[in-house]
Design a protein around this ligand. Structure first.
Ligand SMILES: Nc1ncnc2c1ncn2[C@@H]1O[C@H](COP(=O)(O)OP(=O)(O)OP(=O)(O)O)[C@@H](O)[C@H]1O
Ligand SMILES: Cc1ncc(COP(=O)(O)O)c(N)n1
Length: 268
């Protein structure tokens, strides 16, 4: 008798040739959390530990075709979006996602850790008006909160105001990532009624390439396994914290988080 398939999770994101962020990070996080990861590639980047050397969007038709291939045959229990590059792609992806019953985690990726643009400025309005309204959970970092809502977060005290401003754009839950603040790594999750603070120690490790992609993919994986949103986010936060603590040097710049940290033996 053949075994039952694991839960299936789809990432709709850009490729990172260096393997630390984007589709590659998403699929590694999904594997680590025990789900079957699948991908719709929206853009290809030439990228490494030093930055993004080039980026090429795929045609809308190629993105739609990948999505239909996966959803119509295999099916999905959760979807995660990352780099969407342009207004045209944001709108096409939002349109596809409006037709799914699966939970959708939107990581509204704007710029890379090195400051390279991964989303055209002209796409921000589409993220606000069509993408965030189809999100079950939106996971902006503080720069993305500022770009999308105009709210500037300078300390933990500002996180509730940022979350309210993001919720006003339509996602069911907002997970505001305070990773760029000083002190503990504090995130705030809320649906406007329930509020959950997620606090972890800050690891003084410069090898943090892919943190946001990894967190959002882990949330999607846990949702696909049947967790509710607060449970999924708590598990994902613990997973990304371990991956950051174990981040390792690669190339001459910022290395990746370690998606396989739970499997490594000391010295392995
Ligand atoms: N140095 C750190 N130590 C521990 N946790 C961290 C650290 N930096 C970020 N985090 C946590 O990692 C997660 C991702 O947050 P972050 O703010 O880095 O997202 P991001 O900027 O979208 O990531 P990326 O730069 O990969 O796009 C959050 O849970 C955040 O609190
Ligand atoms: C294709 C792609 N998607 C997302 C990120 C964000 O990750 P980071 O901010 O860690 O560079 C990235 N660099 N590349």
């Amino acid at each position: 008798m053949s075994r039952q398939a694991p839960p299936r999770v789809l990432t709709v994101a850009g490729s990172d040739s260096g393997g630390g962020a984007g589709v590659q990070a998403d699929l590694k996080a999904m594997l680590a959390l025990g789900v079957h990861g699948m991908s719709v590639v929206t853009a290809v980047t030439a990228q490494n530990s030093l930055g993004v050397q080039g980026a090429w969007e795929l045609p809308v038709e190629a993105v739609r075709a990948q999505y239909r291939s996966v959803v119509d045959d295999i099916g999905v229990q959760a979807v995660k979006t990352g780099m969407l590059a342009s207004a045209e792609l944001v709108e096409a992806v939002a349109d596809l996602l409006a037709g799914t019953d699966a939970p959708v985690v939107v990581d509204p990726v704007g710029v890379s850790k090195h400051g390279d643009a991964l989303l055209a400025a002209s796409a921000l309005d589409s993220v606000r008006t069509v993408l965030l309204p189809v999100a079950t959970v939106a996971t902006p970092n503080l720069d993305e909160v500022a770009a999308l809502t105009g709210v500037c977060v300078e300390s933990e005290d500002d996180l509730p105001r940022a979350a309210d401003a993001v919720l006003a754009l339509g996602p069911r839950w907002a997970l505001i990532k305070g990773g760029h603040l000083a002190g503990d790594a504090v995130d705030l999750l809320t649906d406007g009624t329930a509020t959950h603070w997620l606090r972890a120690p800050r690891y003084d490790n410069r090898h943090t390439h892919g943190t946001g992609c990894t967190l959002a993919s882990a949330v999607a994986a846990e949702l696909a396994k049947g967790a509710d949103v607060p449970e999924a986010v708590a598990t994902a936060k613990a997973y990304v914290t371990g991956a950051i603590a174990a981040g390792f040097p690669l190339g001459g710049g910022i290395g990746p988080v370690d998606h396989a940290w739970e499997r490594r033996r000391p010295g392995g």
